[in-house]
Ligand binder design. Sequence first.
Ligand code: NAP
Length: 262
Amino acid sequence: MRVAIFNNQEFSTLEVVKKLRQLLEIPFFALDDECPEIVLTVGGDGTLISAVHRYENQLDTVQFVGIHTGHLGFYTDWREFELKELVESLKLEERCYVSYPLLEVEVEHNEGKECFLALNESTIRSLNRTLVGRIYIKEEFFENFRGDGLSISTPTGSTAYSKALGGAVIHPSINAIQLAEIASLNNRVFRTLGSPMVIGAHEWIRIALESSMNYVITFDSEVIQLEDVRAITYRIAKKRIRFVSYRHLDFWDRVKKSFIVD
Ligand code: NAP
């Protein structure tokens, strides 16, 4: 089995990586950073997100396992004291996995189109002025937006930035994406729904923008600045992220332990 280890550089993580490498030193495993079947991330959710972007062109063949060295993560199922159990379970013949939706972001600018993927969310803001955009659901005009920006998140991203914007927490088995406003301005000209909106797999969201502006667009922790953006379309990506799942951590239990009581 070809495995890659992807980790952050914190001291506690490096200790875990050392132990993990020792456990993987048996003929069944081959460490392969270029073409792995399994990517073991060691760190937090941020580390797992970086790993997904590192391997985003190989998502059809790669499955992820998250080992957390900090507090309980949303993408990280295993603790540092469970390494032996984890390595044993990787040797099982039948590998089970769960897959979750990703967000596809198509940016249209004067030179053409570019596509990006996000695991948590993508946000858009204008660099120096209020963001103004016409929002369409599929081909239908929906509303005129004016405000600081917009966030479009996946179900797994619903516990991250989207939640801070008042978005609903969505079970990751639901194939949907969520639009949340960042400080919208409401008056007679610019009237927005004012609450987060969840759309399904057969729909997409398009924001038509003023192309003379400078925009800051994020994809998870990645930030880019673009000029001359005409429109951005958000939809559920065809690619999905796959996690090896030998055991089931109940999503709502994880939400409770992260946000309410441990
Ligand atoms: P960061 O400051 O390094 O990390 C932000 C925090 O969000 C970390 O504690 C991270 O957990 C946690 N997180 C990441 N994905 C999560 C998820 N799906 N559910 C619950 N918590 C999650 O920020 P960054 O690296 O620039 O951005 C990474 C992500 O952080 C973004 O995609 C965004 O969703 C989130 N974020 C949230 C806020 C907010 O809530 N106001 C602000 C900025 C960014 P770990 O410690 O386990 O890595």
